[in-house]
Structure formats: C-alpha cells, structure tokens
Design a protein around this ligand. Structure first.
Ligand code: ADP
Ligand code: MG
Length: 727
C-alpha cells in the first residue's frame, strides 16, 4: 500500500470544486439578515427599549431590568421567526478563540412545552469558569464565572446546516468581577479613550458629543488541501511545519500575489463571504497574498468593539467553511519556513458622531490643528509605551514571523511620511517660548502646508510596524491568529491616557500664564515633538542598519516573546492600565501568566511532535533508503565497478552522516525539553526561546537535507511543493 503521503496526494488531486449556492441576489439584499440590527430592532422592539439600547451603545450605560425583559422577548420573537431553536452567550475567553454553550428556548410546561427566553437569560449567565484559563484569578473554591450581555454588539444567528442558534455577545468575568476575557477590558479602554478624546475635541469643536475608535483589520491566512494537512502531524498539532525543505518554486516570482484566485479557493471564498454578509461582516476585499497558498481579506472599518467581534466571528467561519470545501485554513503566523507568514494589520482611527475622522487632515486651520493635536499625541503615546504594544502582539507563532524580512522587526517605530515630517519640523522650529502669542499665525502657516496632504499622497512605507496611512494608523505587528482586542486595548489605553495628560497640561498652562488656547496647545505639542522624535523612522525597517540605528536611539528590541510579555507585568507600565481603570494588577498578572503558559505549551507540543515525526517517520524512511543504498554499493563493489562504487560510497556517507546527526540531535532535544519541567514558567520560556529553538533549527537542517537525499517514493510527509501548490 502507498504510504500516507501518496494516499493524501491522490485524494487532494482528485478533488472537485464544491458548488456554492449563493443565490444570485445583490449583497445589499441579504446583508445583515442574521443580525438583530437596527432594522430588526425597529421592527421588534418598543420605542422605549430601542432608545435604551441605542443609548447604551453610545454611552455604555446600563440597561434597566424591565427593558432587558422586553428586549429578550423581542429578540426571541425575531430569532424564532428566523428558525432559531437555541441561544448562547458568545464570549472571548483568554484561550484566544470564542466560546459558546448552547441552551434551547424550549421549556417544559406539564406534558407540553413552550419557547421561552427571559431578561435573566439575556443579561447574565453563570458559567463554569474552571475550564477556561484564569491566570490565578479564580480560586479553586470559587470556580463560577459569569457572562454578561454586551448590548453594543448586536446578537446574531449562527447557522450550521439546519441548526440555528441565537448568539449573544457577552463579556466574561469572575465571581468578583475580574475580567476573564478579552472583551471586558477592550470595552473599558474604548470608554476611557472616548471620554479623553472628547474632552480634547471640545477645544476645537463643541458640537461633537461622542468620539469612538474605529478598526479595520486585514486578515491573512493560508489554505491547503485537507488530506495533505492530515498527513502532516506537525500541521495537525501545531499549525506549522516543523520540517520541510523549501520548494524549488517559492514566491520569488511573485506570480501569486493578486493573481487569479484558484477555483476551489474561490468557491470557498464565495461561501465565506456569503455567510459573512449574512452576519453583517462588511467584507470589502479579497485577494491572493504574496506567498503561494496565502490569501487575505479585509472588511470596511467599523466601530472597534463590533469590528473585533466580527474578526473573531470571521476566523471561526473561516475554519468551518474551509472544512466544508475539504480545505484547511492555517492562521499560524509562520506555517512555512522561508515563505512569508501571516499577519493581521489593524487599521485604527478615531471618529466623531458628527461624521469626522479625527485623523483626516482638515480643510481649515482650526480643523488642521485638531488633526495635528491627535496625531502628535498618538506619536507621543507610542513613543512612551512602545514596549506595551510589542507585548500585546507577542506569541510563539508571531516570534517566528517578526523580523524575518517580511514583517517588521520587534522594534517599534512610527512612519509618518515626508510631508508630515516637514510639518512637525516646522512646528518645532516656529513655536518657542518667546513666540507663543504668535500661535494664531503659526497655525495659519501650518495649515497652508497641510491641504496638499491627500490620502493617496502619503508615501507608503510597507516595512513600518506603525504607519500613518493618510487618515489612519496601521499597526502591522499583530499576528494572524491573534484576537486583536489585546493590541487594541493597549493602543486605546495609551492614547487615552496621553490625551488626558495633554488636556491637563494645556489647561494648567492656560491658567498659569493666561495663554491663548491655540498658543498653549502648540506649546505643549512642540514639546511632545521634541520628546518623542526618536520613535519616528522613515527608512527600511527590515534593514540591518535600522537595528543599529534603533539601538543608538535607545529604542527597545524585544526579540523574543517572553521578553516582550514581561512588559505586561512590569511595574513600569502597570500604572497606565490601573490609573485608567482598564486592567487591575491582578488582571494584568493573570494575562501575563496565561500568555506565558500558552507560549510554553506551544513549544512543549512542538518538541514532542518533532521528536515523534523524526523518530517514527523521517528516520525509518531514511534508514530504509540507507539499506537500499548499502545493497547497491555492495553489488557495485562485487562487480568491480570501482568508480561507480566510489561515487555511491560518497552519497552513502553523506546520507549516513545526516541520519546519525539527526538521531543524536533529536534525542538530545527531547531530553533537554523534558528536563525543563522543573523550572519556573519564565525560566522555561527562556529555555524554549533560545536553547530549544536553536535545537529545532539543527534538527530541521538535517531532516531537510535528508528530504533531498532520500528516494521521493519513500518520503512520508507531504513536501512544501505539494502543500503550497496543490489546490
Ligand atoms: P490598503 O492599506 O491595503 O492600501 P486601505 O487603506 O483602503 O487599504 O484600507 C485598509 C483597511 O483600512 C481596510 O480594512 C479599511 O476598512 C481600513 N480603514 C480605512 N479607513 C479607516 C479608518 N478611518 N479607521 C479604521 N480603519 C480604516
Ligand atoms: Mg493596509
């Protein structure tokens, strides 16, 4: 019988495209049809309940109990009209994925039953928290956790075949109210930032009633055939290939990027989009990415909390719909060595209820001073708290991706383009203490410099980890599998904190010296430019020179995930979370412990799988081939074919050397990995990130040499060319 690889190849190559029935309607006709959205709410809710929800969305205010009962009844009526039989609180525990526990609407009344859904069931559910990571928050005697309704993200119906479930987005907290999830702190950070930004906004425009952060993510992922995926134990268990020689055809030719989308993939994307649209996820673009087998899609940006939920939901859909098409999705940040990995760019901005994007340059001097105020405060915040941004994106997967010539290195810098650099230089030069009453003048002049600045006019720098792209900032260090809530919570918090301080400084300057408002604002901004200049960088972030330069400037280079994670628990950075009531020390430490533990578990699994693959698959194949080679060698010698025997001998020696080295390295690695159990989690992480990782590389070197030497017919694992090019 063929080995598993050849069976998988035969299956993969005989696949037929699966037809997708995406009714030939316009998207606008079914968009959001499975969401309890504005339209559904207007139809099913009383005016009182509707206004109460709107108010809660805008101000974060609580919804009264009597209203909750009304909402529950209407939501149930809507869900049942759509064919839903079950409901669930849908939440985002610190595992990184989403969680749900379904209940039926059904209730037994005597021998018959009815459908029922109360305000109680909508607002809060008790859930056994003991199976979710809590990082020591939950004590053993108090395993209860609670999920609580988040009215700012609308309920939706998840359809799986004929099963339909009403999903209610919720936060997840412990008995004592500590956050056990990603959403609760995100919501706190959004409210904190909103109020700080509103106060600053009021310097310029009293008509604004609400400011809120917006997010537009760009999700990269790989798709490969399911059979090939199952034939690779490393992909199955860890989401990445631990060994595998680069294919002769990589992505050097760039034939894939923006190329025509392969048919099977296209069918999968169609269905994915269809399901996303029904759930109100406003997907906008889809295309091939740089690497073969890699794709990307991006939605229209939305209010942040909703956008984060949509990304989580999207990743879930991606996994499920790919399987329907006999494909598997890889969200790992670096599934293939030598091939670009997958990130999740987070485009971030601030919007007002009056319809303005605060990061879009304006049309009047006043509006442009407002733009610059936010712009410079953001740079200042990132300068001060770059380490926290890095920490928020740190993981075992992302560690392989960052800094490998396809993604920014783990050094945070800000790109703003040559145009805005000149504007900042101008402010720095013109605003000095003596000249402060010239504030209005300077404002005019700066304004004159800005109108040229159109969105498409900003030079693009694809290598920057945090780039201004015309009317938003783009954070490019987040990994593909990450819940973007954590990096967004950090960004909101540090910017909100900075805006709060800014307001205090400007106000006190005005009190002390009776400065005119704009002059005082410019004065403080000028100082911020001075103080945070060193984080600005316009050049190539992937270059060696930048690493040198960054070192000279004193910027952090947090090369490994454990080093970056340390920042989350460090005293230096705690205050920004605690002072703004986003996360308590206990909650921060819990996140640190959990992320570190996840890091260690990843490496532990990888070391076990690698040992298994090498000892049970690679070495047996290599030994079989070695035996065959030895026989050939022997017969050549017996036949007296001297030259042929010599050349066979050379190959045989090479093969044997790699076999021996591979066996030795693997055994040593496995022993060392086992010996780490006695260490503390942080020490283990250190050992994994340096020692074990370099052992992985050695093992890989020999295994990949063997892949080139051993008869293709004996090789047990699908090769890169097969994983990446068969679709
Ligand atoms: P690219 O970066 O590929 O050139 P775009 O600039 O058009 O593409 O946008 C990329 C992403 O940025 C999209 O997900 C989009 O929704 C998002 N985006 C655009 N404007 C904003 C904004 N004001 N706030 C947040 N995200 C935004
Ligand atoms: Mg982009």
């Amino acid at each position: 019988m063929d080995n598993f690889r050849f069976q998988a190849l035969a299956m993969a190559m005989s696949r037929q495209k699966i037809r997708v029935e995406t009714v030939g309607q316009r998207i606008s006709e079914y968009f959001g049809c499975n969401v309890f959205n504005e339209e559904a709410m207007r139809k099913f809710l009383s005016a009182e309940a509707y206004l109460s929800i709107r108010n809660s969305i805008e101000t974060g205010s609580k919804i009264e109990r009597s209203i909750a009962d009304q909402v529950a009844a209407s939501m149930q009526a809507w869900a049942i009209s759509k064919g839903a039989t079950h409901f669930t609180h849908w939440f985002q525990p610190l595992t990184g994925s989403t969680a749900e526990k379904h209940d039926t609407f059904f209730m037994l009344t005597g021998s018959k039953g009815i459908e029922s859904f109360s305000g109680d069931a909508l607002v809060q559910q008790e859930s056994d928290a003991s199976s979710f990571p809590s990082g020591g928050i939950r004590s053993t005697f108090e395993a209860r956790g609670y999920t609580a309704w988040d009215p700012s993200s609308p309920a939706f119906i998840m359809e799986i075949d004929s099963g339909k479930t009403l999903c209610i987005p919720t936060i997840f907290v412990s008995y004592n109210g500590e956050a056990l999830d990603y959403k609760a702190p995100l919501l706190k950070s959004i409210h904190m930032l909103s109020s700080a930004a509103l106060n600053v906004c009021h310097y310029f425009d009293k008509h604004v009633n609400r400011v809120y952060p917006t997010l537009g993510w760009e999700q990269e992922y790989f798709l490969l055939d399911e059979a090939l995926f199952y034939a690779r134990p490393d992909l199955l268990a860890t989401g990445r290939t631990l060994i595998g020689h680069a294919s002769a055809r990589g992505h050097q030719l760039d034939f894939h990027y923006f190329g025509s989308i392969p048919e099977r993939i296209y069918a999968c994307m169609l269905e994915l989009e269809y399901e996303s649209f029904k759930l109100g996820i406003p997907l906008k673009t889809r295309h091939n990415e740089v690497a073969p087998g890699q794709f990307e899609c991006a939605p229209i940006f939305e209010e942040m909390n909703l956008s984060v939920d949509h990304n989580q939901l999207f990743m879930d859909l991606l996994e499920r719909i790919a399987i329907r098409h006999k494909l598997r999705v890889l969200l790992h940040e670096k599934p293939f060595m030598g091939i670009n990995g997958s990130g999740k760019h987070c485009n971030w901005s601030l919007a007002t209820d009056t319809g303005r994007n605060l990061l879009a340059p304006g049309t009047t001097p006043r509006k442009n001073l407002l733009f610059l105020t936010f712009f410079i405060n953001i740079i200042k915040a990132v300068h001060e708290y770059a380490d926290l941004l890095m920490a928020s994106c740190a993981s075992a997967g992302n560690e392989y991706r960052l800094g490998s010539n396809e993604a920014p290195p783990p050094i945070i810098s800000v790109f703003i383009g040559s145009h805005l650099t000149r504007v900042l230089d101008e402010i720095e030069e013109r605003v000095h203490k003596g000249a402060i009453d010239e504030g209005t003048d300077i404002r005019m002049e700066i304004h004159k410099m800005i109108p040229d600045l159109m969105k498409d006019n900003t030079d693009r720098n694809r290598t920057s980890p945090f780039a201004f792209t015309g009317n938003k900032f783009e954070l490019r260090i987040a990994g593909a599998s990450t819940n973007c809530a954590l990096p967004m919570t950090v960004l909101n918090t540090i910017v909100g904190n900075q805006l709060r301080l800014f307001k205090e400084e400007v106000d006190s300057l005005r009190e002390e010296t009776e400065e005119k408002k704009d002059a005082a604002i410019l004065q403080v901004l000028k100082r911020y430019i001075d103080e945070s200049k060193k984080v600005l960088f316009e050049g190539d972030n992937y270059s060696e020179e930048w690493k040198e330069e960054a070192k000279k400037r004193g910027l952090s280079n947090l090369a490994t995930a454990p080093e970056a994670l340390d920042m989350l628990a460090s005293k230096k950075y705690r205050a920004v979370f605690t002072a703004n009531e986003v996360l308590s020390v206990k909650e921060l430490n819990a996140r640190y412990d959990i992320l570190l533990e996840q890091y260690n578990q990843r490496f532990q699994t990888e070391s076990r799988i690698l040992e298994d693959i090498i000892l049970n698959q690679v070495l047996p194949a290599a030994l079989q081939y070695q035996k065959r080679m030895a026989e050939t060698l022997l017969s050549l010698q017996q036949l007296g074919m001297k030259r042929e025997a010599e050349s066979q001998q050379a190959l045989f020696t090479k093969l044997s050397e790699h076999i021996m080295a591979l066996k030795e390295e693997t055994i040593q690695m496995a022993e060392e990995a086992k010996s780490l159990d006695a260490l503390s989690p942080r020490e283990r992480a250190e050992a994994y990130s340096r020692r074990i990782r370099s052992r992985f590389e050695k093992i890989r070197h020999h295994a990949d040499r063997l892949e080139l030497l051993v008869d293709d017919a004996l090789w047990p694992l699908p090769k890169y060319r097969e994983l990446l090019f068969i679709r």
